[in-house]
Design a protein around this ligand. Sequence first.
Ligand code: ZN
Ligand code: ZN
Length: 671
Amino acid sequence: MYFIFQLEFNSTKTYIADLIRAYAKQIGIELDVFQDSKLITISALQDDEKLEAFLNGLEGVLPASLYIGKSKHFFRDEKLFLPSLEEAKLPVNIAPCPTCQKEMFDVSSRRYYYPFTSCNYCGSQHPFVSKYPYSRANSTMKFLAPCEACVEESKSNFLRLDYPLISCIECGIAIRMLDKEVEHLALDKGDFRKLFKASGFAIAAGKTVLMKTAHGYRKFFNPNKDLDAVKKISFSATVSDSTLNKNPYAFSEASKQNVELSTLLMASAGGINTHLMLVEQEFNALLSIERPLLRVATKSDEIKALYGSSALVKYPDDGMTMLLAREVLNAGLEYIAYIECEGTEEADFLVDFDLPISSQKDTKLFVNQDDKLFVSGERIIFPTVVKNENSMVALAHDLLAVEVEGKTIIDSMEKFDSIKGKGVNILETEEFESGHANEQKVPQYKASMMSVLAEYGKVGHKAIGVHFDGNLNFLYYNGKNIINAVPPIPFESDNLWEKISTLREGSDRLVGNYQKAYPEIWERLDKLEGDMDIFEVTAITLGLANESFEGISAEALSFLGKGGLQIDTRVKDNRFDNYAFLTSIMSYQLGDVENSYMCYSIYESFGDYIGEIVPQLIDKVDTKTIVLTGETFANQSLYGRIQRTLGQYNPLMGKKFPIGKESAVHGALYL
Ligand SMILES: [Zn+2]
Ligand SMILES: [Zn+2]
């Protein structure tokens, strides 16, 4: 008899299955571990005397993961053979696993308060890897020789057999702390602990600490203390690609608004339910070893005072941040805040190390009941191995899909030496020229849609697509090409009042009334440049601190009532009319409708509009396959509305790649 244990695992990442195999070796039990794109299956002889010890111990060794779902077990007479996917050995960039964490907090271990503690199956590996194939020689740790204990360990410890990046306090990366006058170098165990303790207490006392983490420099601070210190933070670093840069207006307000744009770091799981309002799935995702960023509704009065209705939240995700969080907790704080920034950022203290790292863009996750979607980002998702039947090379958003030793890997461009392939597909917004004879520029919407079709095995089959990334596009894929079936009416934000006043009869009266009621906003809208998207303009109209669709999304999250406010989306034919949309919002504003209600309704109205257009397209082209792409879908009210209007068609959304722009590097392989 065989004992079969099955774990839902919705990813091709192999670190969990590999960890299970390694742990079985440690216990000395013979078993098989299979993994396909949905399940991890463990098969062992039922009467194996070590089975119980293995199963009991596994619980303590396995980390919580985003990808793990329900589990079940059953018995079977014959031995089981399943095909198993094989991923190339790729460096991960996740939090330390339970075993590695234990070591970091065990005073007797060689890695007590050592922030770079990791093993084959966890931790910050990717930041130290300079190129493929993955080996110590191809990492920035190549000049650090492992000590005797580490060499010995790489032959005996089941977690670190031949681990390329093995290191400990004795032989690893030295860190130091600097204030304006003195430098403190951490050399032994006691020093590492002291350094983090000093940092934690400095933050509690209202100082700022700039720290080099595996994910780049972060400036940590206590958002409740000394708001002047916070005011000094230059937020340009955190919002580099948004309009906030162009827009100093947003920062001229109190420093409170600056806190709103920082990430809230929970120092322990204990404080999460006190301060935030989240469902169990969100809580689990936040604490998973992948440690994504999550936008969560706020609950406690103190967090509401700092962040407003929602906050971008993080649970410590790398060794540096984790050790700091521990000491922050010891200093009596349940949470602190940070911004991502450059190493030159002004701060009271600097915690630094010399080894160069390459950091990845952090990844935002969207959770709606049991659905989890990556919104945007690189970490967690990349590097990954993908199918590439046409032997193509693809480039999008500085990510490259290229063949290395027979497998196609997607990772940041600088990790590859050369590109070889039958053709090169490049996102049209990239400046890069490959010099390849067969080079093609591809638009974002096509690449995004192809990524989802490929993920679900639907390449070559007809489909309807909706790409919503600030702009709303309705697409048709005839099995060969993607056509923009209902493109948006171009939106130009200059001369806005003129366009609004001529929209319909009586529109000019609205413009006059609006100028009287909101003279400052009127003035600002009057001076807009032409290249803004409708969400930015809407956010300015509503006076939100975060002038982007994320700001509207965040505001919508705090609305707890039921919908009903109908926002006008068109004037003539079926196309979305931005000017009609804005006019409608302004009239509600004049009628004193609350911002949260309005923002909620904005997404609901988009949901209704999409829910109306898509079935019309489906009727015309005879397919029931619908693909939804674009970051704007990561919104609770829009997502809920889409489920209601299009749920019967079971619309497809990317699970392996972000629904946002980074999926293009995958989809471009199929164009
Ligand atoms: Zn580990
Ligand atoms: Zn060592």
